[in-house]
Write a protein of this length. Structure first.
Length: 454
């Protein structure tokens, strides 16, 4: 009996031990698995992010609802030309109201009346047609705003995308610099150990590494910031863990040597920019208002048909028929001056819109010229920046060689490393700045296509 109990206890202990072991293994494996999943986070291209932003951005969805509502208003004006039908039916008994009615009018105490009238607008001096045109052009304003929203989102995504790539490449540059500085630190420690250099070399290397680590932290924080911006622009559907495809080298090959003609871009701006188009539509709407005010002085013409019967019995008989034309005319004798003042007021608004259009055009053309000047400046600095990177790499190799054989000092190595890192960062900045200017040019001109197609 004791042997059997001991065997049971042994099996129970073994099972418990296995269970605890499985839990420990699971706890150890889970973080590794999570890291692998994180490392395999989905990568998005610029075109994919733009497509997601256009599909899920709440501002675009809200404005589309406004367009749909305004389109319904347009269809309502189109139905004003449909005939209008009016039907009346009433029955009353006079027993308690007029007890003497029987003496006056006969035996019946009932009074039954029914009437059917159909009105058809024949001519209203195009008033309804003008109102329909106004509604349709108002929808065009919302559509232009939708275009502008899409262009703004496209440019914002492009800028955040480029800034994220700038930060990513800055992290790579700083990590390379830290790796080289650590190698120099190991050399300095080895030389210090054999008494060839002082401890100051080791301290300088440590200080430089600390500075580089601080810059690395800033760049990594910038990555998180730009990822959050992209996620918000995409409607917050990308999640907390995602990556983007680095297409800088490909974009650089395609766009770095592309030339832009300021005159051609100005013509595109005038033809396509939604702000200028909206200004023209607003002027057209104000002119339509003037036409509507002028219709106040003209009558409206209706055709009508009437049938009715008045009786005291059910079913009724003796239907009456009548067909005719009605002229509805409200003479604005005393309101004529008010209407004329409204016309003058609207004409002044049209002139103001024309001046505003000129101001918008001047501002857009100024932005366009500034972008082209920035582009020329960036391209002029490109060759020098590339040359500095190559010279910095050669300088660092020479400084390290001299230091390792005891003919150089630590300051030369650290200065060479600083120059090379700064040169790489400057070159990275120039590349990103040029691509951002191209995206801004696309936005300034008002082109519907996204800046960088893949």
């Amino acid at each position: 009996m004791k042997t059997q109990l001991s065997q049971n206890d042994h099996h129970a202990f073994t099972n418990n031990y296995r269970f605890v072991w499985y839990i420990l293994v699971l706890c150890c494996v889970t973080p590794i698995f999570q890291q692998e999943v994180s490392a395999q986070a989905k990568q998005y291209t610029y075109s994919e992010i733009i497509a997601l932003a256009f599909e899920h951005q709440p501002l675009l969805k809200a404005n589309q609802r406004n367009i749909d509502a305004a389109s319904l208003q347009t269809s309502m004006y189109g139905k004003e030309y449909l005939p209008q039908m009016f039907f009346d039916f009433n029955i009353s008994r006079w027993k308690y109201l007029l007890p003497n009615k029987q003496k006056l009018l006969g035996n019946s105490l009932n009074d039954i009346y029914t009437g059917l009238r159909i009105n058809q607008l024949v001519y209203d001096w195009d008033k309804n047609s003008i109102q329909q045109d106004v509604a349709e052009r108002s929808v065009d304003i919302d559509r232009n705003f939708q275009r502008k929203l899409r262009q703004a989102i496209s440019y914002s995504v492009a800028k955040a995308y480029m800034e994220l790539l700038r930060a990513t490449r800055t992290v790579q540059i700083q990590e390379e610099a830290i790796s080289q500085l650590k190698e120099h630190l190991r050399n300095a420690q080895a030389l210090y150990a054999i008494g060839k250099v002082s401890n100051l070399d080791v301290l300088k290397a440590n200080v430089q590494i600390a500075v580089a680590l601080d810059e690395l932290t800033k760049a990594r924080n910038q990555i998180l910031l730009q990822k959050n911006n992209i996620n918000v622009l995409s409607g917050n559907i990308l999640g907390d863990s995602f990556d983007i495809v680095d297409t800088i080298d490909d974009l650089w090959k395609r766009y770095s040597n592309k030339s832009y003609n300021g005159t051609d871009l100005a013509h595109l701006l005038i033809a396509h920019h939604p702000d200028l188009d909206n200004s023209k539509i607003q002027q057209e709407l104000r002119n339509k208002e003037i036409q509507l005010f002028n219709t106040e002085f003209y009558p409206s013409l209706y055709a009508f048909g009437i049938t009715n019967v008045e009786d005291s019995r059910l079913p009724m008989g003796n239907f009456n028929w009548n067909l005719g034309i009605t002229v509805s005319y409200s003479l604005p004798f005393f309101r004529g001056s008010i209407v004329q003042e409204k016309i003058e007021q609207t004409s002044i608004k049209v002139d103001a819109l024309k001046e505003n259009e000129k101001a918008i055009l001047q501002q857009l053309e100024t932005t366009l010229k500034n972008n082209l000047l920035k582009m020329d400046d960036i391209k002029s600095r490109l060759h020098g920046s590339e040359k500095i990177v190559h010279l910095g790499e050669e300088s660092l190799v020479a400084a390290n060689l001299k230091y390792n054989i005891g003919k150089g000092n630590s300051l030369e190595v650290l200065d060479a490393e600083t120059v090379l890192t700064t040169a790489k960062l400057n070159y990275n900045q120039i590349v990103i700045d040029l691509l951002e200017i191209i995206a801004e040019l696309n936005y300034t001109v008002g082109i519907d296509d996204i800046p960088f197609s893949e």
